[in-house]
Design a protein around this ligand. Structure first.
Ligand SMILES: CSCCC(=O)C(=O)COP(=O)(O)O
Ligand SMILES: [Zn+2]
Length: 216
């Protein structure tokens, strides 16, 4: 079995990650969240040092195959010298979120309701009294959950610093909010597994869609 980057991750492990992300990508594209090549997905394949398989840049996310991921390191740059394809332009923020939160999977989509919510509530989207809050690990009642909003930037180091300004480390009393809106752009969600990240993305988008619709 051949080994890559730098001899830490097997090609089969990266291929397996690519298979899983292609399936997730097809699912989200089916929702209309990845139109026009928008969006990107990643999964951690090694923690020390941090390595992620992230979707390659510029592809139609509705038709990815298991080969359409690139291995990246903690700065989001390619970690596989043998792979000429550019990783997602947003890989740096994926890596930062994985490092900062401990997430095993990070998903980014261009769901239109997230963009509208970021426009309508630039200081963060406050949500309360909805059963679906339980899907992102919060109680349905007696708490206000704020999905943070950061301004868009083309430099992922700038976006990572903006993420740190709004991210609240979970405590025993207050669970994590595993979602982020990037204004004029889209949303991110993450989790301790691919299925958890998917659930957080789907529930987060549902909550934003509800708020946009009822206040529209
Ligand atoms: C028309 S999509 C613009 C770039 C973007 O925001 C995105 O999510 C896709 O970028 P990638 O480099 O991952 O293809
Ligand atoms: Zn994007």
């Amino acid at each position: 079995m051949s080994i890559i980057a730098p001899e830490l991750v097997s090609r089969e492990r990266v291929r397996e990650a690519g298979r899983a992300l292609a399936a997730e990508s097809a699912r989200f594209a089916g929702y209309g969240w990845m139109r026009g090549t928008g969006g990107n997905l990643s999964v951690v394949v090694e923690r020390h040092p941090l390595l992620l398989a992230v979707t390659a840049s510029g592809l139609d996310k509705s038709e990815l195959t298991e080969r359409d991921v690139v291995l990246v390191g903690e700065d989001g740059g390619s970690a596989d010298p043998g792979d000429p394809r550019p990783p997602s332009a947003e890989a740096g923020l994926h890596a930062h979120i994985a490092a900062r939160t401990g997430a095993e999977a990070v998903f980014h989509v261009h769901a239109i309701d997230a963009v509208i919510a970021g426009h309508r509530w630039p200081d963060g989207v406050e949500i309360r009294d909805l059963e679906m809050l339980k899907g992102i690990g919060h109680p349905a009642h007696d708490a206000v959950v704020r999905i943070p909003v950061i301004q868009n930037h083309q430099d992922m180091a700038v976006e990572a610093a903006r993420f740190d300004e709004v991210y609240r480390t979970p405590t025993d009393e207050v669970p994590e909010v595993p979602a982020l809106i990037v204004a004029g752009h889209g949303m991110y969600a993450w989790g301790g597994s691919i299925s958890a990240a998917r659930r957080h993305l789907e529930v987060g988008e549902w909550l934003l869609r509800y708020l946009v619709d009822v206040t529209g």
